[in-house]
Design a protein around this ligand. Structure first.
Ligand SMILES: O=P(O)(O)OC[C@H]1O[C@@H](O)[C@H](O)[C@@H](O)[C@@H]1O
Length: 249
C-alpha cells in the first residue's frame, strides 16, 4: 500500500526537505553564518578562509542533526574548537550555542520573508496515508518544527510530533541516533518494524537503519541517491508522489 511493504502501519516523516521546502532555507542560513564566522577567523590570522560548501559540508555535517550538533560536527571537520557556551548565549557569542543562535536569527528572518512551502507530493501522500488508516508522525531535529508545520498547513495531517524542543525536554539524542524516531513510534503505540522512516538527510537514514525500522525511504532532493542508499535507505525516491504511482517501490 502506498509503495510500502505490507508490515508497515505507520509513517515517520522528517520535516525539512521531506514535507517542506525548508532544507534549502536552513542550508542558506548555515552558509551565511559559517562564512561570516570563518571570514572573521581568517582576518584574525587563524586558518585561511575556505567557504562552507552547501553540498558536501551541509549534507555530511549539518543536515538532519540538532542545531548545536551541526555546529560542532562542521567545525570539527575544519579542526576548529570553540567553547560550548549555553543555550541562551547571545547570537554574537563565538560559542557553539552562540553560532547556532546566530543561524536561527538568519533562518527565522528568511522564513518570515519568504514563507514556508510544503512539497505538493508530500501533501498528497500525507492525505492518502491518512485515508488509508496509516499512523503519521513528524520527527525533526528542528526546534522550529511546530511553527514550520503550522505555516505549511500540515498540522492536521500529523498525529505526533517529536522535534528539537521535545528532544531537549526528554534528553533524546539527535539523528544519526534513532532515539527521536523510537520515541515517535512509542507514542504511536507501534513497534519500529511496523514503521517506515522518510528521510532526506544522511544522518536521518542512518537513524532509520540504526533503529531497525521496517522500511527506510530516502528522499533525494539534491542528487545524493547513492549516498542515501549507502547510509541506510532501502529505496530512494525524488518525491513522495512516486510512491503513489507505484514507481518507487
Ligand atoms: O535550528 P533548528 O531549526 O532547530 O534546526 C536544526 C536542524 O534541523 C534539521 O531538520 C535541518 O536539516 C538542519 O539543517 C537544522 O540545522
Amino acid at each position: 500500500m502506498l509503495g510500502l511493504p505490507g508490515h508497515v502501519t505507520a509513517c515517520l516523516f522528517d520535516l525539512d526537505g521531506v514535507l517542506t521546502q525548508t532544507a534549502k532555507v536552513h542550508n542558506a542560513a548555515w552558509e551565511e553564518t559559517f562564512n561570516d564566522f570563518l571570514r572573521q577567523r581568517a582576518e584574525a590570522g587563524h586558518e585561511e578562509f575556505r567557504p562552507f560548501d552547501r553540498g558536501a559540508d551541509y549534507n555530511r555535517y549539518v543536515d538532519g542533526r540538532p542545531r548545536a550538533d551541526g555546529v560542532r560536527t562542521f567545525l570539527a571537520s575544519r579542526g576548529i574548537t570553540i567553547p560550548e557556551g549555553t543555550p541562551d548565549d547571545p547570537p554574537d557569542a563565538d560559542t557553539v550555542n552562540g553560532l547556532g543562535n546566530r543561524k536561527n536569527v538568519v533562518l527565522l528572518d528568511r522564513i518570515h520573508t519568504d514563507g514556508v512551502q510544503p512539497y505538493q507530493g508530500s501533501v498528497t501522500y500525507l492525505k492518502a496515508a491518512a485515508a488509508a488508516g496509516l499512523r503519521r508522525a513528524v520527527v525533526s531535529a528542528s526546534a522550529n518544527c511546530r511553527d514550520v508545520v503550522e505555516a505549511a498547513g500540515l498540522a492536521d495531517l500529523l498525529e505526533v510530533r517529536v522535534d528539537g524542543v521535545v528532544a531537549r525536554e526528554r534528553s533524546l539524542r539527535g539523528k544519526p541516533h534513532p532515539d527521536t524516531f523510537l520515541a515517535a513510534a512509542r507514542e504511536l503505540g507501534i513497534e519500529p518494524r511496523q514503521a517506515a522512516v522518510f528521510e532526506d538527510a544522511l544522518a536521518g537514514v542512518e537513524a532509520g537503519r540504526a533503529g531497525e525500522f521496517g522500511y527506510v525511504i530516502g528522499v533525494d532532493r539534491v542528487g545524493q541517491a547513492d549516498a542515501l542508499t549507502e547510509h541506510g535507505a532501502d529505496i530512494v525516491v525524488q518525491d513522495l508522489a512516486e510512491l503513489l504511482d507505484g514507481a518507487g517501490g
